[in-house]
Structures are given as structure tokens and as C-alpha cells.
Design a protein around this ligand. Structure first.
Ligand SMILES: [Fe+2]
Length: 389
């Protein structure tokens, strides 16, 4: 009977409790105590620890009477082995909850640790959609970059233990219990990281809006995110001390996260995950290298959506033919990337033409490809990689 229900027109929306604003990070210990936690694993990385954010989190836990054990063993593009060691530490220390303070890699690794801590199997067993059986331990996320939105999303991205590819784990089980979204933490980001994570957020919004699983609620957040990031990202990169711009980019990232967590993504992310697995490049940079090329591929199948994306980017496309509208959007994205300091091509980042067949194979197997507005063939994906070369 259940199988006969037509779900194609239904849209669900999942979001964690979150607190947005300067200083919200200081609530971590109090919320941990309110969740009933007595001994938490705090997951971070060496850069975040050096910026002082880890010590500050440990202090809030101590002030709230919550014991804490810390690990900073997280690489950019986190490894399956790091997840497994984190889960072993969680078990050995008899923790009962997790706080993640860091960027997307830290939060994704913390989600992976939570999955393994509850389900007691290797992390690669949970790749794909809704493959996590038991709920994870309570998780509080404090993002220190404005872009990944792992703090509000149903996604965790982990490198496969034996193949050069990143696994997408998509499950309601990895939505944090609480996100403390504090724009002050982004003050420690170097400009290139601000640019890469900001473009990642922009791609989240664009792909969520173009997704075949989009709906009115995700559209609203996606369009608002595109506007906020377009208006503030270049300024935030050029003037790191401009707190108002950083806050606006953080809000854009949050709205993009609410959109993509529920509408999912598309070919830019599927292809970027494949690139990140092969080359270990920053995720946002991989997206940036592909964005306008995927948009050009999608345009014929989703012209109305692409035009609305262009308008949210501030472009006047009225009266323009399809090809001219596309050319205007394409050029704008290239200009924006240049303005924020992201240059180069796949080739200049080390991709060889001979890598393309393998990259295409992994991209086609990625969960994000399913919601792309145009269903690509292997040849289509190879062509887009070649255009971005
Ligand atoms: Fe992303």
C-alpha cells in the first residue's frame, strides 16, 4: 500500500535548531548541559585550534560543568580513517555527545564519528541516501567558515578509504541538534578561504534553485542567498575587518544551506566531489572551476530557472535571447571569481585529459547527480570536464 503513494509532488523541509549572531558560540557549554550531556568529544582541526576557537569552546564546556575530550585530527577533505579513530576515541572516553567547531571538514568528520559511534560499522557502509540506521549522538556544530553549511545540512562528505573519491552521506540522522552560527568566528579566515567557501555557498544556492527537488520554501532561501552573497562576498574578501559584510555572507551561507539540504544539489557538486577525491583540492575551488560550465550545460533544460538565477545575481536579462542571457550569466560568474581571487582552470590545478573518464565515472555515481535539472550521459559529463580544462 505504502509503495502506491505518489511522492513526486511532495516536499519535506528539515532544519536544526540554530542560533545566529555574534557571540552565539559562547552558548555551546550551556546547550551541551541542557541536552543532558556530561562528557563530550570536541572535534576541531589544528588551524581552528591555533585561532583560539577550540580553547574557547572547551572553556564554555568547563564553565557549564561538562567534561570534554578534544581531537584535532581532521584533514581538509576528511579521511575515513580519521572518522574511525575519532569514533574509537569517543567510545574509549565514554562520551555522550559531540561538539564540532570548525569548517566543513571538521563538521563532516564529526558527523561521521557520530554515525560510527551509534552504528558500529565502517563509515563507507553509510554512503548514499538514508543509509544511516540508528540515530547519532547529540551534535552541536559551530561553523568557523561561511559556506559549507554542514551545520544545518543533511550531508556529510568523507573521503572513501580505498578509492580516490569522496562519499556523500545524505541522511536526516546527520542534521545537527543545534547550530551556533557566529559570524565573529569567520574573522580568522584568510581571504582565499573566504572566497572559496563563499563561492561554495553560492553554488549551493544555485544548484538548490535549479534542482528537480526544489520547492517554494527552498526557492525562497536559495534566491535570498544568491542576492546576499552577490552583494557582499567580494567586499568580505577585500575587507576582512568588515564585520557587517562577513555577517551578510554568513547569513547567505545559512540560507543556501537550508535550501540545498532540502532540495539537494546537482552536477557541479557531483563533479566537484569527484575532483576533490582525485586531487584533494579545496571543495569550493573545485565548484568554482566548474560552475559556469555546468550552468551552460543545464541552461537549455532549465532556461527559466537559470534566468531567475541571473536576475538574483543582479543581471538585467529582459529582452535577451537564450544564448545572450546565458553568455551574460557566464561572464558574470567569471568576473565574480576573478574579483574574489579564484583563477585558473582544471588543467592549471593538475587535471589531465586522461583523468576525465575516471572523473566522469565517479561523478555519475555521486548522489548529487540525481537532482540535476538535465540528466547527463557519460559523454555529457566528459564534455563539461573538457570545457573546464
Ligand atoms: Fe558544497
Amino acid at each position: 500500500m505504502q509503495d502506491e503513494i505518489d511522492v513526486s509532488g511532495l516536499r519535506k523541509f528539515v532544519a536544526p535548531e540554530f542560533v545566529f549572531g555574534g557571540g552565539s558560540r559562547n552558548l555551546a557549554g550551556r546547550y551541551a548541559r541542557n541536552l543532558g550531556l556530561s562528557r563530550i568529544l570536541v572535534v576541531s582541526d589544528p588551524g581552528v585550534a591555533a585561532a583560539g576557537w577550540l580553547d574557547e569552546t572547551l572553556s564554555t564546556a568547563a564553565a557549564a560543568g561538562v567534561e570534554a575530550v578534544a581531537t584535532t585530527e581532521v584533514s581538509p577533505n576528511p579521511r575515513a580513517a580519521e572518522v574511525m579513530r575519532g569514533a574509537a576515541l569517543y567510545a574509549a572516553e565514554r562520551c555522550d555527545g559531540i561538539i564540532a567547531i570548525g569548517g566543513g571538514s571538521v563538521m563532516d568528520c564529526a558527523k561521521g564519528i557520530g554515525i560510527v559511534a551509534s552504528n558500529h560499522r565502517p563509515i563507507e557502509d553509510f554512503e548514499g541516501v538514508d543509509a544511516v540506521g540508528r540515530p547519532c549522538p547529540p551534535l552541536i556544530c559551530i561553523p568557523t567558515t561561511a559556506g559549507t553549511s554542514a551545520d544545518v545540512s543533511q550531508f556529510a562528505i568523507i573521503r572513501h578509504p580505498s578509492e580516490p573519491v569522496k562519499m556523500a552521506i545524505i541522511s536526516k540522522a546527520v542534521v545537527p541538534d543545534l547550530a551556533l552560527i557566529d559570524p565573529e568566528t569567520t574573522a580568522s579566515m584568510p581571504p582565499f578561504l573566504t572566497a572559496c567557501t563563499g563561492i561554495d555557498a553560492l553554488v549551493h544556492a544555485i544548484e538548490a534553485f535549479a534542482s528537480v527537488a526544489s520547492g517554494p520554501l527552498t526557492d525562497m532561501h536559495a534566491l535570498a542567498a544568491i542576492r546576499l552573497i552577490r552583494e557582499n562576498l567580494a567586499g568580505a574578501v577585500a575587507s576582512p575587518a568588515d564585520a557587517a559584510r562577513r555577517e551578510a555572507v554568513m547569513m547567505g551561507s545559512l540560507q543556501a544551506g537550508l535550501a540545498f539540504s532540502n532540495a539537494s544539489l546537482g552536477a557541479v557538486h557531483a563533479m566537484a566531489h569527484s575532483l576533490g577525491g582525485l586531487l584533494d583540492l579545496p571543495h569550493g575551488q573545485c565548484n568554482a572551476l566548474l560552475l559556469e560550465h555546468v550552468l551552460a550545460y543545464n541552461f537549455p533544460a532549465a532556461e527559466d530557472r537559470c534566468r531567475r538565477i541571473g536576475e538574483a545575481l543582479g543581471l538585467d536579462l529582459r529582452g535577451l535571447s537564450g544564448p545572450r542571457a546565458l553568455s551574460r550569466i557566464f561572464g558574470f560568474i567569471q568576473d565574480l571569481k576573478r574579483e574574489v581571487g579564484i583563477s585558473g582552470t582544471l588543467a592549471s590545478c593538475g587535471v589531465k585529459r586522461s583523468d576525465i573518464p575516471d572523473l566522469a565515472d565517479y561523478a555519475l555515481a555521486d548522489a548529487c547527480i540525481v537532482t540535476n535539472p538535465r540528466r547527463p550521459s557519460r559523454g555529457d559529463i566528459e564534455t563539461v570536464y573538457a570545457e573546464a580544462l
